[in-house]
Ligand binder design. Structure first.
Ligand SMILES: *Cc1c(COP(=O)(O)O)cnc(C)c1O
Length: 419
């Protein structure tokens, strides 16, 4: 379903008109133009404020336009914007040092790139050269990105089917997330890596059990495969720790990173052990924009802000409070509230889209869909308790008020692009 029809905005907006006219059409555009953000609040062009529980799909963990990140970008912009990775750069060196200092011990080599998908592509290539094997184990309901290589790890057929055999996943075995028996059966001496999200985001906000991740660690080590955690969405304080792997006491061989790492500036990374890194032939991978000084400066400021402001602790406390408040809602429409830290999903007994639309239009609260039944909340960690109370009260009202059969079809968007 696309909303690529003629724009029907109530506030005639030249911006909305131009965006709907010229965009490729792969996104379901909302009828609004966002112009500004601060902390957990964003404003549209009419000046209306929204509490933002989308946060750029879990990018703005330290809040929109964090002052330290803004200052770092401004200062770096006057010094140097681009420098390829063959030429060492002061900001890149600073960022790598800062990143490695927060990564689990042992992950001290980093391939820098510009997005989560690119991080996953890098992981795939480094896993192949690192083990001399080419088979992978990935998870049902898993999401790994949109390139043809990353799509091969992505379970949901709707993302893959339009591209037919060009998505080659013949070397990928999909197992049920959390099923230890299937995991043991799938990992063999042909397996290069097991790829797993510590909490499935797109797949409905499902935290893994510690036993599953711990067994994945044990079995991969035993059979000479790598354990690669996709921390693109869970990393950088989202779940109440700097990285979700810390909840499980597991150190993987590789970790894919992106989203919140540079406070809102595009960035991606594959962090790995020296053993894995050393087996990639020189020139075996690369990217023009990876490690650019602008993203590096933003990343240094963002990671320092996470540390200085105790963002992991904040996410843990606020996430517990948020989930407690959501669980207190007495509504027959709620099946389950689940999550880890400030990565929260509410599974309904019916489609979530009408409630997400009502939250935006009638309550000024932005939320995300994750599978057709789940309302997903990924607010900035800087969200206040008052804002959390406001979101919960708004959610309670729409659960009470919205009758899915009365919502005009155009308002009920099935998000086909949620991250
Ligand atoms: C967002 C996401 C990706 C893809 O990252 P992009 O930056 O959109 O390419 C991959 N894996 C997970 C778990 C994600 O949340």
């Amino acid at each position: 379903m696309t909303v690529q029809s003629e724009p029907q905005q109530t506030n005639a907006s030249k911006w909305l008109d131009a965006e709907l006219r010229y965009d490729s059409g792969v996104y379901n555009k909302h009828q609004v133009v966002m112009v500004r953000g601060q902390g957990a609040t964003v404003w549209d062009e009419t000046g209306r404020a929204y509490i933002d529980c989308v946060a750029g799909y879990g990018v703005a963990n330290i809040g929109h336009c964090h002052p330290d990140v803004v200052r770092a970008i401004r200062e770096q912009a006057e010094k140097l914007l681009v420098m390829p990775q063959t030429l060492p750069n002061d900001k890149r060196a600073e960022f790598l040092s800062e990143l490695v200092s927060v990564l689990p011990h042992g992950l001290d080599r980093v391939f820098l790139c510009n997005s989560g998908t690119e991080a996953m592509e890098a992981a795939k290539k480094f896993a192949i050269t690192g083990t001399g094997r080419q088979r992978f184990v990935s998870m049902k309901r898993g999401f790994s990105g949109r390139s043809l290589g990353a799509l091969a790890f992505t379970w949901e057929p709707k993302y893959r089917e339009p591209f037919g055999d060009a998505v080659d996943n013949r070397n990928v075995d999909f197992i049920s997330y959390g099923n230890i028996e299937e995991l043991r059966a799938a990992v063999t001496d042909q397996t290069a890596a097991v790829i797993v999200e510590p909490v499935q985001g797109e797949g409905g906000v499902r935290p893994a059990s510690p036993e599953f991740i711990q067994e994945a660690r044990r079995i991969t080590r035993e059979r000479g495969a790598l354990l690669i955690l996709d921390e693109i969405q869970t990393g950088f304080c989202r779940t109440g720790k700097m990285f979700a792997s810390e909840h499980f006491g597991v150190v993987p061989d590789g970790m894919t990173l992106a989203k919140a790492m540079a406070g809102g500036v595009p960035i991606g990374a594959f962090a790995m052990t020296g053993e894995v890194a050393d087996r990639m032939p020189a020139g075996g991978h690369g990217t023009t924009f990876g490690g650019n000084p602008l993203a590096m400066a933003a990343g240094v400021a963002a990671i320092r802000a996470m540390r200085n402001e105790g963002m992991a602790e904040q996410a843990r406390e606020k996430g517990a409070y948020f989930m407690e408040r959501l669980r207190a809602i007495r509504s027959p429409k709620i099946r389950e509230v689940r999550g880890l830290g400030l990565m929260i999903g509410v599974e309904l007994k019916e489609k979530s889209a009408p409630y997400i639309a009502a939250l935006e239009h009638e309550e000024g609260v932005l939320t995300l869909q994750a599978t057709p039944l789940v309302v997903r909340f990924l607010p900035p960690v800087t969200i206040s308790r008052e804002q959390i109370d406001g979101v919960v009260a708004a959610f309670e009202r729409v659960l009470e008020r919205v009758n899915p059969r009365q919502v005009p079809a155009q308002e009920v968007r099935e998000e086909k692009q949620t991250e």
